[in-house]
Design a protein around this ligand. Structure first.
Ligand code: 5AD
Ligand code: SF4
Length: 458
């Protein structure tokens, strides 16, 4: 029997793409292997957001080359953002890769495998890398029945100067509300109770841009298609429709751009009972100079005003963020402003990164690139400050009663131990019978650990 193993790098969007790739392969009669060594097809779904992610990919590829030398019938496929960014040059650089395809070509995987013509033929297949084609209706093979990812939009039009996403995921395209609702209704029928809506910038959901016809000259699509873009509904209205789906208990979404955090989204978060008390709102830096050069289109004051309004409207809101340390031209003063902001805002979680030079992006040409050791030191300081804040915040939850959605058995495998999440998105473990999976329970928090809570059902 044909077998596969997928190695996923990067964000939740990639994780979900891997679920779709697994769904496609299973529909073609492939079985998922536990071990890499046993797989007839190994697929690397790649990330290129930072240089480190690319290095991880190339070192995984090196290991696979060795495996393939021992087992020449093994096929190796590469997908995701590196494939999209580098195109066929990956095939040149790695002659043992059999199949290569970009983010807009996920649905072509079965055809590409066919084109390589069986394992001994030595033929290789790659797609073109167009932008703007969807793969929305591919049935995903999802890991967990209780919580699921659902794409609501693809791509990004923001062009933050450090970011490759607009180049590797293309222009913003939204799925139709009806397609999204139908997908969630189907998920609920098979036991799903919580959805995480995925998009690079969910708050600008709603513009449906038809794929560019090939006869339109590249670069002029925007002007020509501008008058036939449609707005089916905006993000708050979509949330309202999803909130009305019977049997669904919770809604989460990532990621929100602070500049698009509208009053109507604040209202929706405050008034729709299924929308969780959590938001990921990337700040990146608290210095207005740096924010300007990042092309973030807000000042620190704008950010604080939006966040303040949201916190006032949604009591008990958990806020997480992304921070980039050592952006080109970031001075000691700029950096101190960001550290102070972390102390003031006291985020529930952060993802912090040191600035990484990326191909195609505008920031690589900015003056004032900082030495690695300065970026390392700044990143270390951010993590140190945040570690303390997180410990304090987790500790402060001990004694509270929280509502948790039970997701399944505790990962440690301890008998009778369950795992779930609070509305704020914090992991909580507790004793209980397996029948509770998929239900909401009230849990008294008895201990705060480094990244999770321990509780007792009451
Ligand atoms: N260098 C460092 N961090 C980056 N991010 C995106 N591009 C880069 C880069 N070139 C971070 C941002 C973004 C998150 C997904 O990744 O903080 O919000
Ligand atoms: Fe990248 Fe900015 Fe778009 Fe986020 S909003 S995906 S950081 S360009």
């Amino acid at each position: 029997m044909k077998s596969f193993k997928i190695l996923t790098f990067g964000c939740q969007m990639n994780e979900h793409d891997s679920e779709k790739l697994a769904g496609l392969l299973k529909a073609e009669g492939y079985r998922e292997s536990e071990r890499l060594e046993d797989a007839g097809l190994v697929l690397l779904n790649t990330c290129s957001i930072r240089e480190k992610a690319e290095q991880k990919f190339y070192s995984a590829l090196g290991k696979l080359r060795e495996l393939k030398e021992q087992n020449p019938s093994m096929k190796i496929a590469v997908s995701g953002c590196i494939a999209q960014q580098e195109g066929n040059s990956v095939l040149k650089r790695a002659p043992f890769v059999d199949v290569l395809f970009g983010n807009q070509n996920i649905g072509r995987l079965p055809y590409l495998l066919e084109e390589t013509g069986g394992q001994a033929s030595g033929r290789r297949a790659a797609t073109e890398f167009p932008e703007g084609y969807e793969h929305a209706s591919i049935p995903a093979s999802r890991g967990n029945a209780v919580t699921s990812f659902v794409n609501i939009m693809y791509g990004c039009d923001n062009f933050c100067t450090y970011c490759v996403v607009p180049f590797v995921r293309g222009r913003e395209r939204s799925r139709k509300p009806g397609d999204i609702i139908r997908e969630i209704e189907e998920l609920v029928k098979s036991g799903c109770r919580e959805v995480t809506l995925l998009g690079q910038n969910v708050n600008s959901y709603g513009i449906i841009t038809p794929p560019s016809p090939s006869y339109i000259k590249r670069g002029t699509e925007g002007a020509l298609l501008g008058n036939i873009n449609e707005r089916y509904c905006d993000f708050p209205s979509l949330l309202q429709m999803i909130n009305a789906i019977d049997g669904l208990l919770r809604i989460r979404f990532v990621t929100s751009h602070p500049k698009d955090l509208s009053d109507s989204l604040i209202d929706a978060m405050a008034n729709l009972p299924k929308v969780c008390n959590a938001i990921h709102l990337p700040l990146q830096s608290a210095s207005d100079g740096v924010l300007g050069r990042m092309n973030r289109k807000y000042t620190f004051e704008d950010y604080m005003n939006r966040l303040g309004a949201l916190k006032d409207a949604v009591p008990g809101l958990a806020v997480s963020t992304d921070i980039i340390a050592g952006f080109p031209g970031e001075t000691d003063d700029d950096f101190r402003t960001t550290l102070r902001a972390l102390e003031d805002i006291r985020y529930d979680g952060i993802f912090a990164f040191k600035y990484s030079r990326r191909p195609m992006t505008a920031a690589q040409r900015l003056p004032g690139h900082l030495p690695e050791n300065v970026k390392d030191e700044r990143l270390y300081k951010v993590l140190e400050v945040q570690d303390r804040i997180m410990r304090e915040k987790i500790g402060a939850r001990v004694g509270l009663v929280e509502e948790a959605l039970v997701e399944g058995p505790d990962k440690s495998g301890a008998r009778g131990r369950l795992t779930g999440k609070t509305t704020q998105g914090k992991i909580v473990n507790f004793d209980g019978p397996p029948e509770l999976v998929g239900r909401l329970v009230q849990v008294k928090i008895i201990e705060g650990k480094k990244h999770s809570l321990a509780g007792k059902i009451i």
